[in-house]
Design a protein around this ligand. Sequence first.
Ligand SMILES: Nc1ncnc2c1ncn2[C@@H]1O[C@H](COP(=O)(O)OP(=O)(O)OP(=O)(O)O)[C@@H](O)[C@H]1O
Length: 306
Amino acid sequence: MAAIKVKDLTKDYGSVPGVDSLSFTVDNGEIFGFLGPNGSGKTTTIRTLLGLLTPTAGTATILGADVREENALIEAKRRIGYLPADLGFNDDVTGTQVLEYHASVKGDSRRTGLLDVFTPPLDQQIREYSTGNKQLLGIIQAFMHDPDLVIMDEPTSGLDPLNQAQFNEFINAERERGTTIFFSSHVLSEVRRVCDRVGILRDGRLVGLENMEALLERGGKRVHVRVADGSNVDLTATDGVFDRTTIGDEQQFTYAGDYTTLIRQLADYQIHDIEITEPPLEDIFMHYYGERKGEPSTGQREEANV
Ligand SMILES: Nc1ncnc2c1ncn2[C@@H]1O[C@H](COP(=O)(O)OP(=O)(O)OP(=O)(O)O)[C@@H](O)[C@H]1O
C-alpha cells in the first residue's frame, strides 16, 4: 500500500486556483521531495492531505485513509508527524512545555533520542527562540511519537548550514528506519542529498516527477575551464553543451554528453585549470521544465551566454 496516493486532486480558493489535477504516489519508506517556487501550491497540497482543507475535486489517501473521511483520517494521523510551515507555538511557554503538550496528545517514545540530535534551548520561552531553534523544536515534535509517515512543509527554512547538515544526516538515518517522508522545499539543492524522488510543482500543477539520481545524471555537470592563452574553447559541434558563459578568464558550461568526447575536444587547448562540479539543481529544473513566465527559455539563454 502506498503511503500517499493523490489522484486528480484540485483545490480552488474561490476563484483562485490552489492546485490543479495533481496525481502522484509516495511509496512506503520513500523520501519524497515536493518542490516548487513560492505560491506554487505546496502548502495547499499538504494541508489538503492532512484534511485541513477540503478538496474541490479528486481524491487523496494518506496511510490508506481517505482525506475526506474524518474518522479514518483521525486514526491515520496517530501514525503521522506534521511540521507545518507556520509552527504557531504559544510565545508564553517554554520548549519543554511545547513538547510536553505534544507528548500528551500523541506520545513521545523517541523524544530523548531526538534531543541527542537536535538541541533547541528547552528552558527558554518560545518568544526568546530564534527562528532556527523554533524549527528544531518543530522537527522534534513531528518525529517524537515515532510516526510511520512524516509530512514537513519547508523543514529547513531558518536552519543554519550546520543544523541543515544535521537534518540531512537525520533524514538519511530515517530512511534506514523505514520512515516515509514527504517534504516541501523551494530550494532544489536542499533536497538533492536526501530525496529518492522529487515532484516538481509550478502554478499549481505537477510539471515533473523524477527519480533524484536520474534527474542529476541527466542534468550533467558544470565544467569550469581556464585556457592558458585565453583562447575561446570551441564546442559548437559537441553535443550536450549548454548554458555557456564566460566569467573573467573562466569559461563555464553545463555538459550532459559523453566525457571521452569532451576530453578529446579539450585536448586541443592548453588547459590551465579545469574543475567539474555538480550544476545547481535550479539549472536542471530550468533546462528540463522550460522557462518561467517572463524569463528567457533555456535556448535563448544559451544564445545570450555564448
Ligand atoms: N487561504 C487562501 N485564500 C486564497 N488563496 C490562497 C490561500 N492560500 C493560498 N492561496 C493561493 O493558492 C496558491 C498556492 O499557495 P500555496 O501557499 O499553497 O503555495 P506554496 O507553494 O506553499 O507557497 P510558499 O512557498 O510561498 O509557501 C497561491 O496562488 C496562493 O496565493
